[in-house]
Design a protein around this ligand. Structure first.
Ligand code: SAM
Length: 280
């Protein structure tokens, strides 16, 4: 019998793909976690039935959540990821030799455990083998409250604003992030689909602008996310992602990135009009 997985993106639209096997299915204290084998996209992780990552297109998301901030900040040394229990963001951060420490603060230990076991291409740097990586199983909100003025870059690699991630889209959280960053720090957060989530974006970018002097949106193409057009919020105390970007440093990065490059960095911040209007 053929098995198909469908994620509804609205009442009338969704994405569907053929699945050959369920590799894990279980419930944590926070959410339902499923990892399935698909035919086209490799292994796929779902939380509460929503696609988090697939092996085939995760490189886009993880390149784009990590490298724009890490190549805008001139010398990031201490980096925090909130969420991101699959390990993909930490893997990209570890490609930067100047980063001395990366901390992962993921609320759900089961996501980390099952990613190490079943998604090693993403979790390769969170399996205990890298002394530059520290893991905390904790609520990101609680964690940064106790870690003020510490980080050069904070990446909010969260689920959608439902369940445990609701607070990660609110102004109080951004104030804590602002305080947890050093005086020239940068935050990047996944900021949903400009095509489907205009209301979330309007509220989120409004909250960010109440806290940070520099707030910009940038985009990436992610086939398995709603509409395929995804976005990230870049919020910064000092450095502008286009005006202060050193294209030469990114061009000479010395490691391979399948999506990010020094030209795309600039292009990603050029938005279609409807996306600009979401956050005007
Ligand atoms: N790439 C994904 C996307 O955009 O769909 C997100 C990656 S997923 C692994 C995000 C993670 O954020 C989940 O594992 C979830 O448990 C975690 N998370 C949600 N709320 C959190 C919170 N308050 N503190 C820390 N982690 C949280």
């Amino acid at each position: 019998m053929e098995m198909w997985y469908t994620e509804k993106h609205s009442e009338n639209v969704g994405i569907t793909m053929k699945v050959t096997e369920t590799l894990f299915s279980g419930k944590s204290e926070f959410q339902q976690l499923d990892i399935v084998q698909t035919l086209e996209y490799g292994k796929m992780m779902l939380l509460d039935g929503l696609v988090m990552v697939t092996e085939r297109d995760e490189f886009v998301y993880h390149d784009m959540i990590a490298h724009p901030a890490l190549f805008t900040h001139p010398a990031p040394k201490n980096v925090l990821v909130i969420g991101g229990g699959d390990g993909g963001s930490i893997r990209e951060i570890m490609k930067h030799p100047g980063v001395e420490q990366a901390t992962l603060c993921e609320i759900d230990g089961l996501v980390i455990e099952k990613s190490i076991e079943l998604l090693p291409s993403m979790a390769c740097e969170i399996d205990g083998s890298n002394s530059r990586v520290k893991l905390h199983v904790d609520d990101g909100l609680a964690y940064i409250r106790d870690h003020q003025n510490e980080f050069d870059v904070i990446l909010v690699d969260s689920t959608d604003p439902i369940g445990p991630a609701v607070g990660l889209f609110e102004e109080d959280f951004y104030r804590l992030v602002h305080g947890a960053l050093k005086e020239d720090g940068i935050m990047v957060a996944q900021s949903e689909s400009p095509f489907y989530h205009a209301d979330i974006q309007k509220a989120m970018y409004g909250n960010l602008r109440n806290v940070f002097p520099i707030v910009e949106m940038y985009q990436a193409f992610i086939p398995t996310y709603p509409s395929g057009l995804w976005s990230f919020a870049f919020a910064s105390k000092k450095y502008h992602p286009v005006n202060d970007f050193d294209q030469q440093r990114a061009a000479n990065r010395g490691f391979h990135t399948r999506y990010y490059n020094e030209q795309l960095h600039l292009g990603a911040f050029m938005l279609p009009t409807f996306a600009r209007e979401n956050i005007a």
